[in-house]
Write a protein that binds this ligand. Structure first.
Ligand code: HEC
Length: 464
């Protein structure tokens, strides 16, 4: 009876061989990470579905439904924290999986397509994290959506259209939130499962990648390393501590507090979630008209390189000691991401914010303020300590320091003509634009009025 039932689902023919198929003779422990990701995904899907039972993806209800989950739903606070930290754990595990496979050279023939589907999975996961971070519809989510769509619009040829399709219009609106939600709960998870299925199929096709280390440094052969029970046993050894840690962090605390959208005002400095901080920090190295280098070129080249890895490095040699270039590139990339994240943590990095004097501004001053934001002077200047990074001098009270508008304009047009060793880039602006900028900067006089931040990002439709 049992036999025929099992045969009805293809037990003997398909399922049993899948479970007991010999995977490798020398399976490295790192090969557990892939299976760990599947388990993490299942738990994320489960907690996500539970959150979706209460969440309402409309701009006027999103924040309220979230606070209802946190305060009124049984274990709601834990559920939300679990989902939030799980997303981070998923990303970190994925990065570790990628890094270990890179170091071991697992992308080499015949596993090129396994690698490529892996990179695709990473992209989809980043999309899931990003769309998820928009759903609380807080000041942070809102400005992340505004900033990202501004960056996407820079993509040549179809940028505006892509941003428009992503937002459901030319600016961030209620329709945008519905789109992010659909992406987050339907489209991207489906894509993730599809790629994951192909990925697992390919892994099974080629077997686990064994290391081809020297005989003496090789791990002892594990006789008949099968999915069940050897692999599952190892998986549980890793999964149980990970789950414990995850639960513990979720019990200790939820996502960091984010300002409600209603309170978005001049003093709010947009910052993305921690996992995108490094990209955000990268932008600050390319102020003004070079922004596209940080927002498109560097990430684009990085992604292309990731996809091209199996074709760039197709030599037979595997051990990292035999591949100094690949190892150097990988460790530089990892160090750069860690460095950028840490330094972004230290500064508050405003994106396109400028300051404004609290008195009615003249038309020239308003135009000047827009130029100040459009040229991202705030990447290097603060005004009365606000709205930027203190790379250059603070630009408040320049009038009091005896600078005339003509001097300011001359400086911005070509700093090196004024100070030979100047670090500030020259700005090719028209004389009238320079005059507007100068009168804006001169208006920032804290002896006459107070000065506060002006977020340019809250009016994303303003012309650049
Ligand atoms: C890459 C960083 C950077 C950017 C971007 C930048 N500056 Fe500067 N700026 C500096 C530095 C550094 C100085 C100090 C002198 C020097 O080394 O050039 C300076 C000096 C100045 C001064 C002279 C201040 C004084 O005391 O006389 C003015 C005015 C000024 N910047 C305005 C601007 C404006 C307006 C913009 C945007 C159009 C801008 N800066 C963009 C770095 C920058």
């Amino acid at each position: 009876m049992m036999r025929t039932l099992l045969d009805g689902i293809g037990w003997q023919q398909h399922l049993r061989p899948f479970l007991v198929q010999r995977l490798a003779a020398r399976a490295p422990w790192g090969s557990v990470l892939g299976s760990l990701l599947v388990l993490l995904f299942l738990l994320l899907a489960l907690s996500g579905c539970s959150l979706a039972l209460y969440y309402s993806p409309s701009p006027d209800k999103a924040a309220a439904s979230l606070s209802f989950i946190v305060s009124d739903v049984p274990a709601g606070r834990l559920l939300r924290a679990f989902h939030y930290w799980g997303a981070g754990a998923f990303l970190l595990t994925m990065m570790t999986h990628l890094a270990t496979n890179f170091i071991r050279g697992s992308y080499k023939a015949p596993r090129q397509f396994t690698w490529i589907t892996g990179v695709l999975l990473l992209m989809v996961a980043a999309g899931l994290l990003f769309t998820g971070s928009l759903l609380p519809w807080s000041a942070r989510s809102y400005s992340a959506a505004v900033v990202t769509s501004a960056l996407i619009s820079q993509v040549p040829i179809a940028g505006r259209q892509i941003a428009c399709g992503f937002l459901g219009g030319y600016s961030v609106s209620g329709l945008s939130l519905t789109r992010f939600y659909v992406f987050h709960i339907l489209f991207l998870p489906a894509l993730l499962m599809l790629f994951a299925a192909v990925h697992v199929y390919l892994v099974r096709c080629h077997g686990l990648d064994e290391c081809d280390c020297d005989a003496e440094s090789a791990p002892p052969a594990t006789p008949g390393y099968r999915f069940f029970p050897e692999h599952v046993r190892r998986l549980l050894c890793v999964f149980v501590p990970v789950l414990g840690l995850w639960l513990m962090i979720a019990i200790l605390g939820g996502p960091p507090h984010s300002t409600p959208l209603q309170q978005l005002d001049g003093s709010y400095e947009p910052r993305p979630e921690w996992f995108f901080l490094w990209l955000f920090q990268l932008l600050t190295f390319f102020p003004g008209r070079w922004e596209w280098v940080g927002s498109l070129l560097v990430p684009g080249i990085g992604l292309l390189l990731l996809f091209a890895v199996p074709f760039l490095d197709n030599a037979r040699r595997r051990r990292s000691a035999g591949r100094p270039l690949a190892t150097a590139v990988a460790s530089t990339a990892i160090a750069a991401v860690v460095y950028l994240t840490l330094s972004a943590w230290q500064h508050t990095l405003p994106y396109n914010v400028s300051t404004i004097a609290s008195r009615p501004a003249a038309v020239a001053e308003l135009r000047g303020r827009q130029l100040y934001a459009a040229n991202q002077c705030g990447y290097c200047h603060t005004v009365k300590g606000l709205g930027g990074r203190p790379v250059g001098p603070d630009l408040s009270n320049l009038a009091a320091r005896g600078r005339t508008p003509q001097e300011i304009a001359a400086y911005v047009r070509n700093p090196r003509l004024v100070t030979r060793s100047a670090l500030m880039p020259a700005y090719r602006l028209s004389p009238s634009e320079l005059a507007d900028l100068a009168s804006y900067i001169q208006s920032l006089d804290s002896r006459q009025c107070s000065i506060h931040l002006w977020p340019k990002h809250s009016s994303s439709t303003a012309p650049r």
